[in-house]
Design a protein around this ligand. Structure first.
Ligand code: HEC
Length: 105
């Protein structure tokens, strides 16, 4: 009887833990730098910027390869200023931001 109670409690704990883990695992959370930098233009596609979540707009960009896209952000591209308003971003940060923006939200 006692061990049955233990098993029930344990499976409840597993269920609660799994439920709590879901929001953390959601893919749609933007990287921390997004709102103050890239999002200013890419959220709605200012001046021809491929809009966040617009997979079709990003597809031809992604064909250039991630290294080329990171270089575009570092150097600037037409209306996009060098660094894309995030001068403290590393190349890995840029890659994460690009992947976020190029993914359907
Ligand atoms: C001031 C507005 C602005 C900001 C801020 C901005 N972008 Fe852009 N971005 C643009 C525009 C406009 C384009 C389209 C440029 C073109 O092809 O003429 C663009 C294009 C791009 C491209 C495609 C480059 C290519 O080679 O095709 C990438 C990748 C990109 N942005 C990433 C970012 C990232 C990452 C950030 C944040 C760190 C960012 N952008 C911030 C305006 C902006």
């Amino acid at each position: 009887m006692k061990s049955l109670t233990f098993i029930r409690n344990k499976s409840l704990l597993v269920a609660v833990t799994a439920a709590l883990a879901v929001p953390v695992a959601l893919a749609g959370d933007p990287p921390p730098q997004y709102a103050a930098s890239c999002g200013a233009c890419h959220a709605v596609g200012v001046a021809g910027a491929p809009a966040t979540g617009d997979v079709d707009a990003w597809a031809p960009r992604l064909e250039k390869g991630m290294d080329a896209l990171v270089a575009s952000v570092r150097n600037g591209l037409n209306a996009m200023p060098p660094g894309g308003l995030c001068n403290s971003c590393s190349d890995e940060d840029y890659a994460a931001l690009i992947t976020y923006m190029a993914t359907a939200q």
